[in-house]
Design a protein around this ligand. Structure first.
Ligand code: ARG
Length: 567
């Protein structure tokens, strides 16, 4: 329910037709003093055309306006002041939330259209980075949000599972590796072989020839090379899966770069047919100077195809397979140029849907203000981050609620939830610093704070149930809002708008900030209100508490964060 819209609609009926809805909306002001109402319409703009003083115009308008939807409409000087009927609106808001429950905020922006989301996409035989974590949680939240507004997301893990590095990896493994070692600790061991390869090939350049030969065998489908590649992919994926399971993220497809091996010839053909390929120092490129971009390198001198060639094939494959209405790529902003090139080449190819392709970039995670760097030893190991967060959560629960029954489970939900929430509350393009103690705090702008507010609401509802009272709202039970109550009600009312904005801006932080705001308003309300006092407002106060619980839980769900009932 848009309060502003109500005011505009009632003004529209009595104002000259040349004042459009947009104009009236733009003119409305929020009075600084709430004794002057909730919204005010200044009449100066009409003075000239009506040949009357603004004061007279305001008085006339106030007289004519249909007042039934408002507590009162009053002219004060040149302003028409609108006082919302908070009792009626508040009652209506709660009625809607309690009736729709988890479906509150659902809307149809997408008409069921398919939206592939390229997300997470780590590289085989390398550790998953914090950047991949960001991509995973942002993509996952976008998928929930898109579903909420009736799109159909398809979560695609575009694994980095092909490239010349696999020739090096196989060479290194054959020389220094062992099956048992890899089985015990796949990613770290594979990484170690790879690093050793780069150390030794300085003095032994023949290693590079061996690696090239192995990659060639791989590309030709040689059984031994294929088997090793498959195995590396499998054990790496198993390690990634552990993280995905803890984050409760699932994918619809694990078609990585290798999946497009047999789909790139068509791309090269199309580019050739359209006369878009040029030779440059032996390599094949598409000139993009008219887009102010560097040329896209389609085929290297040795004939090997490249990252962007695979992405072209993937884009085309996704269009054909899903007939998407939008195609999203949640990838760090360091790849902005790559996606600009991708879109430009698609456009040159005559694919008019290239405008539906959107790169959703995000900023870096830093530590102590520094960029993370494997070489400088500034690495953050994902699993360790999750473990540490859970341990910290466990400690806090132990202090606050030692009698809690399923402590280990709740600690997992709070610790992991804290890491996800911390990532999502920042506007995605901002860089942010990672400080674990900050992430897991129960107070302040954190996930645990929102979870804790939700659990508090649930605990009030449990107590009420034990007293034999249930939340109720409707015809004969209404809520009479004081300021704290009204703040909560306004927040509840804003949820659908926040969802819409989050989707339109591809910005889960809108929901995270919304949840923090609602939690704060609710705690303020709770601090000043005896919710369980046995008076005739008890049922309607419980309706408010229940609505808060419903909306906080749903907001957390949209972020991919659990909402324990007790903590
Ligand atoms: N594997 C790449 C990386 O780790 C990310 C892939 C993103 N997706 C894509 N379609 N290019 O940098």
């Amino acid at each position: 329910m848009d309060f502003k819209e109500q005011v505009v609609a009632s003004l529209k009926q009595v104002l000259p037709t040349e004042l459009t809805t947009e104009k009236i909306t733009a003119l409305l002001e929020v009075p600084k003093n709430d004794k002057m109402g909730d919204l005010a319409f200044p009449t100066f703009i009409l003075a000239k055309s009506l040949h009357q003083s603004p004061v007279k115009i305001a008085a006339d308008l106030a007289e004519k306006i249909d007042q039934t939807n408002f507590e009162k409409v009053q002219a004060v000087g040149p302003y028409v002041n609108f006082f919302l009927n908070k009792q009626k609106l508040g009652t209506e808001i709660l009625r809607v939330v309690l009736q729709q429950q988890a479906e509150y905020g659902d809307q149809d922006l997408g008409h069921g259209g398919n939206v592939p989301i390229d997300m997470s996409s780590p590289n085989i035989a390398k550790p998953m980075s914090m950047g991949h974590l960001r991509s995973t949680v942002i993509g996952n939240s976008l998928a929930y949000l898109l579903t909420k507004v009736n799109y159909h997301p398809i979560k695609i893990n575009h694994l980095g599972d092909w490239g010349t590095q696999f020739g090096k990896l196989i060479t290194a493994y054959k020389k220094w590796g062992s099956e048992a070692e890899v089985k015990a600790d796949p990613i770290n061991k594979l990484l170690a072989y790879y690093v050793r390869f780069h150390q030794e090939d300085v003095d032994h350049p023949e290693l590079d020839d061996e690696a090239r030969a192995w990659f060639k065998r791989l590309e030709d489908g040689d059984p031994e090379a294929m088997e090793l590649w498959k195995w590396f992919r499998e054990v790496s994926l198993q390690t990634f899966m552990k993280v995905y399971q803890r984050l409760h993220v699932e994918f619809d497809s694990y078609n990585g770069e290798a999946f497009y091996n047999d789909k790139m010839a068509e791309i090269v053909e199309i580019l050739e047919k359209k006369n878009l390929l040029q030779e440059s120092q032996g390599a094949q490129i598409v000139d993009l100077s008219k887009y102010n971009l560097n040329p896209a390198l389609i085929k290297k001198t040795d004939g090997a195809t490249l990252y962007i060639t695979r992405d072209l094939a993937a884009a085309l494959y996704r269009k054909r397979t899903y007939q998407f209405v939008q195609s999203l790529y949640v990838v760090g902003n360091e790849q902005t140029n790559h996606f600009k090139q991708l879109k430009a080449v698609l456009k040159e190819m005559g694919e008019d849907w290239s405008d539906q392709v959107h790169h959703i970039p995000f900023g870096l995670i830093t530590q102590g203000g520094h960029k993370l760097s494997t070489r400088a030893g500034r690495v953050i190991l994902l699993e360790k981050v999750l473990d540490d967060a859970v341990e910290l959560a466990q400690k806090q629960i132990e202090q606050k609620n030692p009698a809690l029954k399923n402590k280990a489970q709740v600690a997992e939900q709070v610790g992991v939830g804290a890491v996800i929430f911390h990532d999502l509350k920042n506007e995605r393009l901002n860089n942010f610093d990672f400080d674990l103690a900050e992430v897991v705090r129960f107070e302040g702008e954190t996930g645990p704070y929102v979870q804790y507010s939700h659990a508090r609401a649930q605990s009030i509802l449990r107590k009420a149930k034990n007293l034999g009272v249930e939340p109720a709202i409707g015809e004969d039970i209404s809520i009479a809002p004081d300021e704290d109550t009204w703040n909560v009600l306004k927040q509840l009312n804003d949820f659908p708008v926040a969802i819409k904005r989050a989707v339109q801006e591809y910005e889960p932080s809108v929901i995270a900030k919304y949840a923090l705001h609602l939690a704060k308003s609710f705690n303020q309300y709770y601090a000043h209100t005896r919710v369980l006092a046995e008076d005739n407002q008890l049922a309607s106060r419980l309706a408010l508490v229940k609505s808060v619980a419903i909306v906080l839980q749903e907001a957390l769900r949209l972020l991919g964060v659990a909402a324990p009932n007790e903590m």
